[in-house]
Design a protein around this ligand. Structure first.
Ligand code: CMC
Length: 389
């Protein structure tokens, strides 16, 4: 009843109130629980930021140790869940493998599915935080035909993930502190972004009182799309395409501007940021440094920088307020770390997990929450009748 507002893509509709993340798209401001992203990127860690998002305040040192410890305790995957990976084709994309395995967690942990039992919600939180990076690393190992290592709980989440992704049983794995720091930073930058497509999906699914694993699994599938998290993989494919075809960035830009075959400049544009994306600024500032140390592909970085330079001076992009987003430079860094393109969006998912969890928990506790159920404008046939025989 009442008037229905038509707002495709939810350009102007706030579907919820939230106290987690603040964005001012015109001013290029992003804050988690009030803390500017620049300060968190400089001083915090992914684990600390995860705590901040989920519980609302920065942890004391004891709280952080407790949080870290509980995550470490839950890293092991059920052996039967490990068998799951054998059921996918060898060349399976790790994103659907990730979402399927996360969905399957609700079959293994039936004791923590009640969204309104605080202890169960805590347990699911730790299980998910601990196991998602392990599942992600196993999806990668499966795709390259290497054995899956057991987690080593003397390591924290990020260290463990790197070892599980790149380590081999035959030799010790030397953690590169530079790589740990770089990945930790990128995960911080991805940790939450208010009501983006995947987070809204997590909320919509959760609004039916679906459990945390089921809701997050749906979010992973939303993140898979190239207009959302899949953009980081699409950026690298675009840069490589320009490189292998020997195309000039200028010629590529013409194709984009003429909307030839729907070509977009991937890694550019954002629904909310119309000035700049503060995350992209931080990534760009560190990309050179990180790539120098990790030995990244300079030619692709050069192409990316030339594209950015051209775009920022071009009326097409200026008029539409299109700036590089977080995905524009991250792929180059992931590549330099040794991850294949298919893993890029998985890394985004690991980063976004605490945000999804925080938003899901906030929604479950909000007395205003109702099942998500948008309206529509019907454009089909009027009533007609089945032909009498
Ligand atoms: N390259 C070329 N043109 C673009 C681009 C782009 N990357 N992005 C938007 N435009 C054009 C678009 O064609 C439209 O032009 P016109 O007014 O002539 O029809 C205008 O700019 C407005 O774009 P829109 O698609 O209506 O804007 P939106 O808010 O619906 O979409 C977006 C936002 C991020 C989906 C879009 O900018 C895009 O597709 N970008 C490329 C994919 C990408 O990098 N996604 C990552 C987003 S950030 C992190 C994340 O969520 O993963």
């Amino acid at each position: 009843t009442g008037q229905v507002t038509y707002d495709p893509g939810f350009m102007n509709t706030a579907a919820t109130s939230s106290a987690i993340t603040y964005i001012d798209g015109d001013a290029g401001i992003l804050r988690y629980r009030g803390y500017p992203i620049e300060e968190l990127a400089k001083h915090s860690s992914f684990l600390e930021v995860s705590y901040l998002l989920i519980y609302g305040n920065l942890p004391t040192p004891e709280e952080l140790t407790g949080f870290d410890g509980r995550i470490r305790r839950h890293t092991l995957l059920h052996e039967e869940l490990k068998g799951f990976f054998g059921g996918f084709p060898r060349d399976a994309h790790p994103m659907p493998v990730l979402s399927s395995a996360v969905s399957a967690l609700s079959t293994f942990y039936q004791d923590s599915l009640d969204p309104f039992d605080d202890e169960q919600v805590e347990l699911s939180t730790f299980r998910l935080m601990a196991k998602l990076p392990v599942i992600a690393a196993y999806a990668h190992k499966k795709s390259i035909g290497q054995p899956m290592l057991y987690p080593d709980n003397s390591m924290n989440l990020v260290e463990n993930f790197l070892r599980l992704s790149f380590g081999l049983p035959a030799e010790p794995y030397d953690l590169d502190p530079m790589m740990v720091k770089a990945l930790d930073l990128l995960l911080i930058l991805h940790a939450d972004h208010e009501q983006n497509c995947s987070t809204s999906t997590v909320r919509l699914v959760g609004s039916s009182n679906a459990n945390m694993f089921a809701s997050v699994s749906a979010g992973i599938n939303a993140l898979f799309g190239p207009l959302h998290g899949g953009a980081n993989e699409a950026v690298l494919n675009m840069l490589r395409d320009i490189q292998t075809k020997g195309m000039q960035p200028e010629d590529f830009m013409e194709k984009v501007k003429n909307k030839e075959d729907g070509v977009k400049l991937m890694g550019f544009g954002h629904r909310v940021y119309k000035n700049y994306d503060p995350r992209a600024k931080i990534v760009k500032a560190t990309a050179h440094d990180i790539l120098n140390k990790l030995g990244g592909n300079d030619e692709l970085l050069d192409i990316a920088m030339r594209l950015e330079e051209k775009a920022l001076a071009d009326d097409y992009f200026i008029e539409r307020k299109l700036y590089p987003n977080v995905d524009f430079y991250t792929g180059l860094i992931y590549k330099a770390m040794g991850f294949p393109e298919k893993m890029f969006t998985v890394l985004f998912a690991i980063g976004r997990l605490p945000g999804w969890i925080a938003q899901w928990r906030e929604m479950m506790q909000d007395p205003q929450t109702k099942i998500g159920r948008p309206r529509q404008l019907y454009t089909g046939e009027g009533e007609r009748h089945y032909p009498a025989s």
